[in-house]
Design a protein around this ligand. Structure first.
Ligand SMILES: *Cc1c(COP(=O)(O)O)cnc(C)c1O
Length: 438
C-alpha cells in the first residue's frame, strides 16, 4: 500500500468530504515556494499551505533556530514560569503591532486567538461592572472553527448544524464598493444602543469569504464610530498579519487602531502552530484586581511553547530583512500589473488585490463553494503544477514571499489557462453579481 492509501485507512482530513475526495497528494519535501510529492511531481505552493508560509518551506534559518531551541528547552508550563523565547517574541511583536498594544497572551492557533479576544472583550465589561452583551461582526466573516469563533463568523453551510448553539451576533454587511454607506448606517444604528461590547473584523480582506476586500477609509469610519460609542475593537489579523496586505499589519492602513489584535498563521512563518492575542493597557488593567474572579481564566497546555516561539523569532528576523520587504513590494506590483492585464477579460467578473493577496472571480453562473467548478479548477491547477484552492468561483494567490518571478508567472499562466475550464462549464456570463456566503 502506498502512503495515500494508508492515509485513507486512518486519517480524517479537515474540510474534506472523505467519501468523494480524491486521494491526498503525499508530500515528502519542501523548499522555497515548491512542494515535492512522493512521485517526484513538484507543486508551486501559491496558497502558502493554507496562508501560513511566509519565507518558503523548510527554511534553513528557521530550522536551525528551532533545532537549537529543541535541544535547550522544548516546553515548560506557562503559568508560574516563563522563558526567553516567549518574552523576546512578545517584546518584538509589541514593537511592530498597531500603536497602543501593550500585552500579549499566547494560544495555539487562530481560532483560539479569537476566543481569547472575545473573552477579553466580554469580561472587560463584566470586570468594570457594566456587562454588555452585543458583538458586531461582518456578515460574511470567518474567524475560526471553535464555537466562539464560529459564532462571530458567517452563518454558512459550514456551521449550519451548530447554529442553535452559537451565541447571537449583530451582523452588518461587508462594506464592499458601493455598499459603504449602507454598512455605516447599519453600524450606527447598532452602536447607539450602548450595549455593544465589541466589534470584531478582518481588516481590509475577508479571507474565507473569497478574499473580499473593502477600503481603509470605510473601516476607519466604523472604527471611529466604535471610539465614539465606547465599543471595543478586535482586529482579526490572523490572515492579514505579517506583511500579507503590504504593511506588516493591515491595521497600519487605518488612522484608528484596534484595542485587541489576533495573530496566528504567519506568526511562525508557517513552521509551527502558535497563536497570540494582544491588547492595550486599558483592557489589561480591567483584569488587575484583588478579587480573583476578575482573572482571565484561560490557558492551553502548550501556551507559549518555546519551540514555536523560537520559530516566531526566526520568522520575524527574516520578515524585517530588506530582501523580504522588497519581495513583498515586488509581488504586490506584479499582482497589480496582472490584475490590470486580465480585469477586462469576458470570463472574469472581478479582480481584487491588496498587497500580496490577489483574487480572481470568474463568471460562471454559480458562486457556491460546493460547485463543480471549484473542484475542476482545483484539479486543473494541480495538473499544471500549482496549488490553488478555489473558494467557489474565486481563485486567489497568497504566496510565500520567496516566490520567484518565474514561479509567479507560472501561477498567472495557470489562472489564465482556466478560461477554457470556465467557459466549458458555462458559456453564458451571468449578468449580475451574487455574493458568496460560504
Ligand atoms: C484562518 C483564520 C482563523 C482561524 O485560524 P486557525 O489557526 O485555522 O484556527 C481566524 N481568523 C482568520 C481571519 C483566519 O483567516
Amino acid at each position: 500500500m502506498n502512503l495515500a492509501q494508508r492515509d485513507q485507512n486512518v486519517i480524517w482530513h479537515p474540510y474534506t468530504q472523505m467519501k468523494t475526495a480524491a486521494l491526498p497528494v503525499p508530500i515528502v519535501r519542501g523548499e522555497g515556494a515548491v512542494l515535492y510529492a512522493e512521485d517526484g511531481t513538484s507543486y508551486i505552493d501559491a496558497v502558502a499551505s493554507w496562508w501560513v508560509n511566509l519565507h518558503g518551506h523548510a527554511h534553513p534559518y528557521i530550522a536551525k533556530k528551532v533545532a537549537e531551541q529543541l535541544q535547550t528547552l522544548e516546553h515548560v508550563i506557562f503559568a508560574g514560569f516563563t522563558h526567553a523565547p516567549a518574552v523576546e517574541l512578545a517584546e518584538r511583536l509589541l514593537q511592530i503591532l498597531p500603536k497602543g498594544q501593550s500585552r500579549l497572551f499566547y494560544t495555539d492557533n487562530g481560532s483560539t486567538a479569537v476566543e481569547v479576544a472575545l473573552k477579553m472583550a466580554i469580561q472587560y465589561w463584566n470586570n468594570l461592572g457594566t456587562p454588555k452583551k452585543k458583538i458586531i461582526a461582518f456578515r460574511d466573516s470567518y474567524h475560526g472553527d471553535t464555537f466562539g469563533a464560529m459564532a462571530v463568523s458567517a452563518r454558512s453551510a459550514f456551521t449550519a448544524p451548530f447554529w442553535p448553539y452559537l451565541f447571537e451576533v449583530e451582523f452588518v454587511d461587508v462594506p464592499v464598493a458601493g455598499k459603504e454607506e449602507q454598512t455605516i448606517r447599519q453600524f450606527e444604528t447598532l452602536a447607539t444602543g450602548d450595549d455593544v461590547a465589541a466589534f470584531i473584523y478582518e481588516p481590509l480582506v475577508l479571507g474565507t469569504a473569497g478574499m473580499v476586500m473593502y477600503t481603509p477609509e470605510v473601516l476607519d469610519k466604523l472604527l471611529y464610530i466604535c471610539e465614539e460609542h465606547n465599543i471595543l475593537t478586535i482586529a482579526d489579523e490572523v490572515m492579514t498579519g505579517f506583511g500579507r496586505t503590504g504593511h506588516t499589519f493591515a491595521s497600519a492602513y487605518m488612522r484608528h487602531q484596534p484595542d485587541v489584535v489576533c495573530m496566528s498563521k504567519g506568526l511562525t512563518g508557517g513552521t509551527m502552530a502558535l497563536g497570540a492575542t494582544s491588547c492595550n493597557e486599558k483592557i489589561y488593567e480591567a483584569f488587575l484586581h484583588d478579587d480573583k474572579s476578575k482573572t482571565l481564566f484561560h490557558g492551553h497546555s502548550y501556551t507559549a511553547n518555546p519551540v514555536a516561539c523560537a520559530a516566531g523569532l526566526a520568522s520575524l528576523d527574516l520578515l524585517v530583512q530588506d530582501e523580504t520587504q522588497q519581495s513583498i513590494r515586488r509581488i504586490s506590483q506584479r499582482h497589480a500589473a496582472f490584475a490590470g492585464r486580465i480585469q477586462h477579460l469576458p470570463y472574469i467578473q472581478e479582480v481584487r488585490q491588496r498587497g500580496t493577496i490577489l483574487a480572481v472571480e470568474f463568471n460562471d453562473g454559480t458562486s457556491s463553494y460546493f460547485s463543480d467548478l471549484r473542484d475542476t479548477l482545483y484539479s486543473f491547477a494541480l495538473d499544471h503544477g500549482v496549488i490553488l484552492r478555489p473558494l467557489g468561483n474565486i481563485i486567489y494567490i497568497i504566496p510565500p514571499y520567496c516566490i520567484t518571478n518565474e514561479q509567479l508567472e507560472q501561477v498567472y499562466q495557470t489562472i489564465l489557462g482556466m478560461q477554457e475550464v470556465v467557459s466549458g462549464t458555462n458559456p453564458y456570463p451571468r449578468p449580475d453579481k451574487t455574493v458568496l456566503h460560504d
